[in-house]
Write a protein of this length. Sequence first.
Length: 335
Amino acid sequence: MSAKVSIIIPVYNLEDYVENCISSLLNQTYDNIEVLCIDDGSTDNSATVIKKLAEGDQRVKYIYKENGGVSSARNKGLEVANGEYIMFVDGDDYMHFQAVGILVRCIEEKNCDMVSAHQTHTSSLAEEMKEIVNYNFTDASHEDLFKEVNGNVIGKSSCAKLFKKDFALKARFPVGIANGEDANYIIRLLANGAEVCIVDLVLYYYYSRENSCVTSEFTQSKFSITLSFDDLCEYLENFDYKFLKAYCLQYLYQSILYNRTSSIGTSAQKYVLTECKRIGNKWLKEFIKNSDINIVIRIAFVMFFKSRHLYEFVRMIQDPTMKDFYKNRKKNRKD
């Protein structure tokens, strides 16, 4: 008998999208699944939608918890999962109808701990899907997971992946981190040792909503990606993974530079500027001496950290549209 796959879906006020997400899973060619819908205290009709689907298909499980954020919802899913394998799907996204079967085949043939496919951003809830006949899966290094492919870095997302349950339970999602929680979880898993494979297919459709967290205006919660990588840098001090340490240090400073600029003129400005200075100074010596980070990047990032205005000037050269952004920000501050 085929192994059971537990698919964990965190749900918060997704009544217009969650049925499409769940249907994409119930229509998989691989049917030994349980769909764990973790209702994170929704105040809309999400619960009604999920319960109706559960009445028609016993593989759908509705689990309620008080609102605590996406990380706590996923952690709850890990606690109650019964499958031999684990997957994470966001409640407004969906998957190719062969996705689960392909990922299971890969993880069993390669006997790896985690297998990852690719994802694509879409503004459609019904992308055209064709049957997949030929595909390859290959062994992957940490570096492979964090290479940018078509604008995406698969190592930064917990979705579009299949995990052995025992491996998935070696880490938890960081509660209180609203941005960067996926990368935190994945990197913690990798640091515990992992055999990883990649399927060279797009199997996951990331639906871009106008009011989603990635398309909304800057708020203090977006700064939490800096807190996430600060946490990872501390965690990795106990490990010898040079690439992961270098990646986290570099991404930490990238997030500091971006968030520091983006927060200007917002209600989060004072907090973000203070925390950026504190965290940036905390890791500055280690960042400067890390020879696994390109020396040009180290010099440039240190200069940008010391001078926000220099960073913004370089951004305007790279992207002339930033001039209007900075001009409007200055105007809004006066208003």
